[in-house]
Each structure stands twice: as C-alpha cells, then as structure tokens.
Design a protein around this ligand. Structure first.
Ligand SMILES: [Zn+2]
Length: 276
C-alpha cells in the first residue's frame, strides 16, 4: 500500500474499492478511466499533488518503443529505461579490440561493434569472436571516408561491400549502420541506408577517445553527457591513445552497474533485430 500515498492516488484507490467508474486524475492532460487502472497496467505511480497523477503504463512504454523503432536515425534509447548501449567503432584490430572484448567478457557486458569492411576482411576471426561472445556487429563503411562528400553510388558501395564482408565472416548481414564521423549531410547517406534496410545509429555520449584523451577526460565526458538510454561512442581500433579507452572501460562499467543499469546491444536498446 506504500504507493497509495498522495491524495490523487488515494482517490483512485477509493474509487477502485467502491467499484466507481468515474474518471479521476489527469496525466499529461489525458483523463484516465479507473477501470483501466488494473494492477497489471499500473507500473509506476509518481507521488504528485493534484490534479496531475502521472501514470506510466505498459501500453505507453510500448507506444514509446514503437515510435523509437520507426525512426531511421537514432541517437539514443528511451530515457525511461535504465539501459546503456556501449558502441566501439573502427575495428576490428587484433590489439585493442581483443582487450575490449576481454573486459566485456570478464564483466559479462554486451556491446555493439561498428566495424569497417577492410578490417573485417583482414581480421575475420576477431569479428567471429565479437559475434560468438554475444555482441552485435554493425556496419561502419568499408574504409572510413566522409560519406557526406561522396556520391550515391559510392555511399551504396561502401555500405554494401561491408555488409558482404560481415556476412562472409559471421554468416549474417547487419541492420545497424553508423556513418564515419556521423557525417550524413544532404540525405544521400540516410537514403542509401534505408534502401539497404538499415538504421542509422549515432550516439548520445561522445567520449572523444580517438583524440588522445586521458582516462580521466574520457570519464569526465561520460559523467557529463550520459543519461538513461544512452548510446556511448568509444573506439576499439585506431591509435595508441585507445589504451586510455581500455583503462576507462572497467571504471565506466562499475559506475553504471552501481546505478543499476542494464548493458544492452543497440538493436535491443531500440527494439529491432541486429541482422536481416
Ligand atoms: Zn569511425
């Protein structure tokens, strides 16, 4: 009975007990029928003063998820979910990618790796490891050009050729595409991704780890920018500065675990299949 604290909720409880079918309270200006307030649907009741009684139902969560899933370009999950999606770009290599995978394995954490086709071709065994250890593989172009400066045919080739390389390595074609630098001016990149049945995945937290940041600077960026449903951009190949990514990763995981976050792949965060 702890949830029946506020006056508004007491009214609802009273109405339920007497079998009354009047409309009570208001959530975001929408009247709620008492008969809809079954225990099954009543997930959370925020303790506010009248007249606003904020209700979050399974139906409204489902509606939010449907809206998110319908978008072509996504930079974060639902802010009502205590979930985080780690993403690692530019790999695979045989050095940092394996170190990142070792940490994720030890911590039992899932992530998404946006890989470049030329690196997939060079290190197919590392892509297999990513897949076998429960992470998702996304497409990050063939060789990391700024696609906003390329014509339609080149953009299509960069994405398609990488999909083929990923399929050769793990037998599956991805649905998630992240343009290098997030560059997608003019609609060509988004259009080609859509034609290839893919979602364009950006991020909500940029650790700037590719730019020789220290572990402390990476952690500062994370603390400054992270919100529930966040997609965190990190890298698993590129330059020696990524040793700081490897140092920051366990600390970031510990912080999120202590706050009760669930670590999910991007496909799970947005409710779409990872592969087509
Ligand atoms: Zn990149």
């Amino acid at each position: 009975m702890k949830i029946f604290r506020s006056l508004g909720v007491t009214l609802i409880a009273g109405a339920l007990l007497t079998g009354c079918t009047n409309y009570v309270g208001a959530a975001d200006s929408k009247l709620i029928s008492v008969k809809d307030l079954t225990q099954e649907k009543l997930l959370t009741v925020q303790d506010r003063t009248l007249p606003a009684v904020k209700l979050t139902t399974k139906d409204s969560l489902q509606a939010e998820m449907n809206t998110l899933r319908s978008r072509l370009v996504i930079s974060q999950g639902l802010s009502s979910h205590k979930q985080v999606a780690f993403t690692f770009d530019d790999g695979p290599d045989t050095h940092f990618t394996n170190q990142v995978l070792d940490i994720l394995k030890k911590e039992k954490v899932s992530a998404t790796f946006f890989v470049c086709g030329n690196n997939v071709e060079a290190h197919p065994d590392v892509v297999k490891r990513i897949d076998q250890e429960g992470h998702s593989v996304g497409n990050h172009s063939w060789n990391h050009p700024d696609l906003s400066k390329k014509d339609q045919a080149t953009v299509n080739q960069q994405i398609s050729k990488t999909n083929d390389a990923i399929q050769d390595a793990i037998g599956k074609k991805p649905t998630l595409f992240r343009p290098p630098y997030g560059a997608r001016k003019g609609g060509i990149v988004d259009g080609e991704a859509q034609k290839l049945n893919m979602k364009v995945i950006l991020w909500s937290v940029d650790t700037l780890d590719w730019n020789h940041k220290s572990k402390d600077q990476i952690m500062e960026a994370y603390h400054r920018e992270f919100k529930p449903g966040g997609i965190v951009l990190q890298h698993s190949a590129g330059n020696e500065g990524l040793k700081e990514t490897v140092k920051a990763l366990p600390e970031m995981i510990r912080d999120l675990k202590s706050k009760g976050y669930e670590f999910v792949t991007v496909d799970k965060l947005i409710g779409v299949p990872a592969y087509q």
